[in-house]
Design a protein around this ligand. Structure first.
Ligand code: NDP
Ligand code: HSE
Length: 400
């Protein structure tokens, strides 16, 4: 029997406890031993839970229990998650987390601490919810040089876009529904303003390119400036709008990495990804495009990825999984101004001035508004041109 502790009994944590209980026999076959939930740490009481006798409010019950070999961290945030996770690893306990904020901020250090203590630190659920992506990237695609990773990495914003476009729901109602369904972060600003997608592309970039990418060094734009009118204009021109996290190497070897809304051609494989689903495209130099698709948030999809990591830890109690990356800094990251892109630009009137600034653009005028689809420019140049115009919207066009 292998004893497991779960820290956090919210959306994901309750899902982990549920799967460990309902899939007990299946998991026994996978591990060869029973996975036994010994402690559940939470701030609240759960007197009606069938596991009510396992709850504690005291982390010391977990850290001091030598029988606990695997600890699941699903509390979220970095305080006290960072401290608790580090102490568990230092005590030689393996840790599994779904907490992308923690991994994006402290992943390199925690992987190092895990290595020093011959423990595992696994985080499959931190990107893409139930979609396998961390393990495929670190194992199945390891023979490739990764040229680019681009994806819809936030379920909440994709869900909101869908509700607004297809069901005419307003933004606030769609967000409330995403929260009720357990998709949104505790502070949903992280979803809306792009920080959650930023943390995820940082984790993928660190893994694929080998150096820690910190969220502060990544250009991040959320979805609040995208209007329903933009979605409709884009559609008439053959595009959909999605919040995309994207990373690739530029000619100087720096990482061109960003999170922002993008117009995607309706032919793009990511364009048809709707609702809470995520899609992640990895361009490998040997494989070409490989695409991962599935539910990016929610209780059981996310818990499924967490439990898979628990099984992996349980099967490797004496061996380490080789996942690592080295320290990185902002010098590895290209300025967002050097990124090259075409743009969707919306202005009032007939767009004469805009067309002078962006000659040879494709133009559509409707309801006394003009939309330009420009040629490609360096973003720094685009910014300068936009500063001299009265622009209603400016959104990048993805070349995926
Ligand atoms: P919830 O807010 O639903 O659950 C967190 C739980 O942890 C709550 O029960 C909370 O208690 C408890 N908790 C918080 N701090 C402490 C503490 N100091 N000691 C003990 N318990 C604590 O979050 P989620 O389950 O949605 O998310 C958990 C993590 O997983 C986050 O990092 C999130 O980003 C990530 N994630 C979430 C997904 C989702 O679909 N929800 C998908 C993928 C990743 P209380 O409520 O009483 O404060
Ligand atoms: N809030 C996140 C999302 C949860 O909506 O994608 C999954 O990481």
């Amino acid at each position: 029997m292998i004893s497991v502790a779960i820290m956090g009994h919210g959306t994901v944590g309750s899902g982990v406890a549920e799967i460990l209980t309902t899939h007990k026999h299946k998991l026994f076959s996978a591990v060869g031993e029973e996975l036994y939930i010994k402690h559940i740490l939470d701030l609240r009481d759960f007197p009606d839970s069938p596991l009510a006798d396992r709850f504690t409010k005291n982390f010391e019950d977990i850290i001091n229990d030598i029988e606990v070999r695997v600890v699941v961290e699903v509390m979220g945030g970095t305080n006290p998650a960072y401290d608790f996770v580090k102490r568990c690893l230092m005590a030689g306990k393996s840790v599994v987390t779904s907490n992308k904020e923690l991994v994006a901020k402290h992943g390199r250090e925690l992987l190092e601490v895990a290595k020093e203590n011959n423990a595992n630190f696994l985080f499959e659920a931190s990107v893409g919810g139930g979609i396998p992506i961390i393990r495929p990237l670190s194992q199945c695609l390891v023979a490739n040089e990764v040229d680019e990773i681009a994806g819809i990495l936030n379920g909440t914003t994709n869900f909101i876009f869908g509700k607004m476009i297809n069901d005419n729901m307003d933004f606030a109602d769609a967000l409330k529904l995403a929260q009720d369904l357990g998709y949104a972060e505790r502070n949903p600003e992280a979803d809306i303003e792009g920080h959650d997608a930023c943390r995820k592309i940082c984790i993928l970039a660190s893994l694929a390119f080998g150096k820690h990418v910190y969220p502060e060094s990544v250009y991040t734009e959320g979805i609040t400036k995208v209007s329903l009118e933009d979605v409709k204009f884009a559609s008439k021109l053959g595009y959909v709008i999605k919040l995309i996290g994207d990373v690739k190497r530029d000619k100087e070897g720096k990482l061109d990495i960003k999170v922002c809304p993008m117009l995607l051609s309706k032919d793009c494989i990511l364009a048809g990804i709707n609702d809470v689903f995520n899609g992640i495209m990895v361009k490998g130099d040997c494989t070409g495009d490989v695409v991962f698709y599935g539910k990016g948030a929610g209780k059981l999809p996310t818990a499924s990825a967490v439990v898979a990591d628990v099984v992996d830890c349980a099967k490797h109690l004496k061996a380490r999984k080789r996942i690592f990356w080295t320290e990185g800094n902002s010098k590895d990251i290209a300025s967002y101004k050097d990124s090259v892109t075409a743009m969707y630009i919306k202005v009032a009137g007939n767009g004469e001035e805009a067309l002078k600034a962006f000659p040879n653009s494709k133009v559509m005028t409707e309801d006394n508004k003009t939309v330009l689809i420009t040629k490609e420019y360096r973003f720094g140049e685009i910014e300068e041109k936009l500063n001299s115009l009265q622009v209603l919207s400016a959104i990048r066009i993805g070349n995926l």
